[in-house]
Design a protein around this ligand. Sequence first.
Ligand SMILES: Cc1cc2nc3c(=O)[nH]c(=O)nc-3n(C[C@H](O)[C@H](O)[C@H](O)COP(=O)(O)OP(=O)(O)OC[C@H]3O[C@@H](n4cnc5c(N)ncnc54)[C@H](O)[C@@H]3O)c2cc1C
Length: 337
Amino acid sequence: MKKIYDVAIVGAGPAGLNAALQASWLKLSAALIDENIGHIKRLSRIRFADKMYNVPGYHKKSGRDLLKDMEQVLDDHKDCVDRFYESKAISLVRKKGIYSLITKVIKSGLRREIRAKAVIVATGVEDLQPEIHNHPKLKAILPIFPYANSGLVYYCQVCDGSSTAGKSVGVLGHSSETTGLAVSLVENFGARTVSIITHGKKLLQGQDLNQQEKDKIIDKLRRMEIPIYESRIADLYGLREKRFGLVLSDGRKIDFDKGFAAFGWYKINKDLVESFEPKSDVEGFMMTDDDRQLLTSKGKPIEGLYVVGDLTNDWKQVDIAWAHAKTAVLHLWKTYL
Ligand SMILES: Cc1cc2nc3c(=O)[nH]c(=O)nc-3n(C[C@H](O)[C@H](O)[C@H](O)COP(=O)(O)OP(=O)(O)OC[C@H]3O[C@@H](n4cnc5c(N)ncnc54)[C@H](O)[C@@H]3O)c2cc1C
């Protein structure tokens, strides 16, 4: 008879790792699956954070440190948690009250069935990056990552807005989130100067705003002396000098202390739960009840199927992901085991 775990957890970012730790402290049997430990194709988002000012105890440490520390605590609980890394979870169904998760080993293609009484999905989101093709070595989305890893480009104003005080900042994007971020960096965080670089798009292009609303935003940017550059970005420079420089396609060079990638959106890693016809918010994030059980499109919680962390319509933060994970584990322990 194949083992039935108390819980299968998909994704070993902060949410999934904390779910595994909480489960092990309750002596539950758990399977923890992650696609990319040791690979660079898809990673926990927190790996791009060089310092986590707003995570107590980690204000001088990186996202990688945090994942390593959590993995080390998990090493002490090998009796409870089986880790299936370098394995992608590819499908999830529920048969006679038991969840059946199919995983595929990345290198060999080997498929495995993992059965569990409950499932926690913590597959997160991926930041969509600007395509900057003219970079000499790197193609497509990659050029921005070394700047993010060096703490020169940020993604999240809640996490890093305060680091822009007194600094010149280039905000990359064209959406209303971009303009809101640019204004907020000046008004809330005291950035010295902010510029918007739309990378070839027209500002507010494709946004669900009427002309009057657009004019109001553009007028505010003008009054705040926030310039808008609508040329494409041809290249980046400044890593060695610890600055964020841009070469525009018209040949202009603009130089900033810091950059903010606000290119607008995420890829939401929700394939695994799509067949359950989940309820999502207008932006596509998964909606849950207070216990973090996924809701169906009709608003009914799905028994024993939890969704936690960035995948949900909540703040995209480590401590929020941790809290989701703990709530889910305590609920499944109390309710289904
Ligand atoms: C540059 C940057 C800086 C940040 N700084 C901070 C900060 O300072 N403070 C803060 O609180 N937050 C910060 N954040 C946000 C934080 O990274 C996220 O809120 C957090 O990582 C969410 O955790 P998660 O576990 O939900 O998702 P993730 O950390 O993204 O983990 C998801 C995991 O699921 C795996 N996965 C996905 N699909 C599958 C599949 N089908 N099968 C198997 N595995 C799968 C992925 O490989 C990944 O490991 C930052 C984010 C970025 C991008």
